[in-house]
Write a protein that binds this ligand. Structure first.
Ligand code: 3PG
Length: 307
């Protein structure tokens, strides 16, 4: 019998937790729950005797991995795994996985919701604009990007995309115009949706030079990670272009400066909300539990990210 810990600082919906518990217990394993913890020590204590951990954006660093002496597998119930120290996991022989695609519709719906919110002047009652006919650039074209394209077409937007790793033919199969570079995409669009992961190459990569290429009435939607933004450059573009609007699913580090200088031109969720739906919680949580059981029962490493 393996001990499987669900450790979520930001809890899943109740229904999702119950379903994860059922999957774990019906496979003959033990389910352990740590939610809404307030100190790292609680996580360090909870991981001590467990064989597997399911997390969300919870930080699983070297200290956490080393405290988990029995740990065989950690699964990020979600897409981005920048919160796991992969080198430490590999050094310990621990498999790290994510659950790609399971929460992507939820994130995409939030991105479109933010576009409507911006177009309607933050629901102020003032006359706004419509998304129909507007140019949208999706950067980049993974699971979330594909869902955004599908929904944006329903709004009648002109949908474009750039992805450094996805061939243009793959993007164009979805009837989405593919660009050769981020620069060209930004130049062609009024709305840009950021969907790139936070990696060593992408951190701070969204800078003034790129943002300044956006068309008049620029609306930048960030449902990816705050780390990909060059924050001083973001302040610069907000200051130099009074038409520039920024909405982000999580507050930037310099949010006080936004409040002081750019009222009415930005919106930040207080807590990352893209995947905060019951459906996404159930899908990602169950996928994580099933992946762990398949790993223990059959050695299945399909979604391993530290190969
Ligand atoms: C992800 O990478 O899957 C999303 O950013 C969702 O993150 P969350 O599970 O912390 O809400």
């Amino acid at each position: 019998m393996k001990k499987i810990l669900l450790a979520t600082d930001k809890p899943f919906a109740k229904e999702a937790v119950q379903k994860i518990r059922n999957v774990v217990e019906s496979s003959g394993n033990e389910f352990v729950l740590l939610e809404k913890y307030t100190s790292k020590q609680q996580l360090l204590d909870a991981v001590k005797n467990v064989h597997a951990i399911i997390i969300r954006s919870d930080i699983v660093d070297k200290e956490v991995i080393e405290s988990a002496s029995e740990l065989q597998i950690v699964v990020r119930a979600g897409a981005g795994y920048d919160n796991i120290d992969l080198a430490a996991a590999t050094a310990k022989g621990t498999v790290a996985m994510n659950t790609p695609g399971q929460n992507s519709n939820a994130v995409a719906e939030l991105a479109l919701g933010m576009m409507v919110f911006a177009a309607r002047d933050f629901f102020s009652g003032k006359s706004g604009s419509e998304l129909k006919g507007k140019t949208l650039g999706i950067h980049a074209y993974g699971n979330v990007g594909r869902n955004i394209a599908r929904i944006a077409k329903g709004f009648g937007m002109q949908v474009n995309a750039f992805d450094a790793f996805v061939p243009k033919e793959v993007i164009e199969k979805d009837d989405v115009k593919a660009f050769d570079s981020a620069e060209e995409l930004y130049e062609a669009c009024q709305y840009i949706s950021l969907n790139i992961p936070a990696t060593a190459d992408t951190k701070k990569s969204i800078d003034f030079q790129l943002l300044n290429k956006m068309q008049k009435g620029a609306v930048l939607i960030n449902t990816a990670r705050k780390e990909i933004m060059n924050e001083p450059d973001l302040l610069k573009i907000m200051a130099e272009r009074s038409d520039f609007i920024y909405l982000s699913d999580i507050e930037p580090d310099n949010k006080e400066e936004f409040a002081a200088k750019f009222p009415g031109r930005y919106f930040f969720t207080p807590k990352k909300s893209g995947a905060q739906t019951e459906e996404a919680n159930v899908n990602a949580g169950i996928a994580a539990a099933v992946q762990i059981i398949n790993f223990f029962e059959r050695g299945d490493i399909t979604f391993q990210v530290n190969k």
